[in-house]
Write a protein that binds this ligand. Structure first.
Ligand SMILES: [Zn+2]
Length: 232
């Protein structure tokens, strides 16, 4: 995995989940990992006025860009950190947070898939693939304002489509494997969803859903001996 995400997951886990794992604490854990990663990279919602910049003045602000510049009334206002710049940051934050939680609390030995495997982020064995699709629903900006982000996690149709396309590709190569999608934000129409390609979609902010995933894994493979082999 990668820094600073692993350290953020480790520190946040010790602070919030080391003593007890409950649904509210799980939600808090993932939200804190997202926010701390955004803080690290300064990927807040913020804007600048290019007309002012051209005049040698810096006019900028946090949060939603205004339609016109409050100083010069120009419409040449641009957002600095956009969805595209935030996406890899929150994606990595989610992956590290999920990996660390599963290892520490459930003793699940996950392997991050090598770069040439594009269908899923993790596997327990090649027979059990896990695609991680998580992102925050809001960001706290440095001035304390909150930016609400539309359609987090699997609520974004592009994200859902990508996960399901990946499941189809995995299924073409592996007819009997398990393909799980995990997210912190799951729209009501795919709660409990399964099809030929997707074995299950699990909400990582619910203890009973994570336990259900562990049960499916234990039914598929000899988990105790895998733990021994991986030294967990
Ligand atoms: Zn301006």
């Amino acid at each position: 995995m990668t820094e600073p995400y692993d350290s953020i997951a480790h520190d946040t886990y010790n602070k919030l989940l080391a003593n007890s794992v409950t649904n509210p604490r799980l939600r808090d854990y993932f939200n804190t990992c997202f926010q701390n990663s955004i803080d690290h990279y300064g990927a807040y919602q913020c804007w600048a006025c290019v007309a002012c910049l051209r005049q040698g003045n810096a006019t900028q602000g946090w949060g939603e860009p205004p339609s016109t510049c409050p100083k010069c009334h120009s419409r040449l206002i641009y957002e600095i950190a956009t969805f595209q710049s935030r996406a890899p940051i929150v994606g990595n934050a989610f992956s590290s947070a999920f990996y660390y939680l599963m290892q520490e609390h459930f003793r699940l030995p996950l392997i991050a898939t090598p770069g040439n495997t594009r269908t899923h982020d993790f596997e327990v064995t090649p027979e059990i693939a896990i695609e991680a699709k998580g992102s925050p629903s809001s960001v706290v900006n440095p001035d304390g304002t909150i930016t609400h982000l539309d359609r987090p996690g699997m609520e974004r149709s592009d994200t859902k489509k990508k996960a399901f396309d990946n499941a189809r590709t995995y299924r073409q190569r592996n007819a009997t494997g398990l393909f799980f999608v995990v997210s912190n934000a799951i729209p009501s129409d795919i709660v409990g969803y399964r099809n030929r390609d997707v074995t299950a979609v699990f909400d990582v902010t619910k203890v009973d859903r994570l336990q259900a995933m562990m049960t499916e894994i234990e039914d598929k493979i000899d988990l105790p001996s895998l733990r021994v082999r991986r030294g967990l």
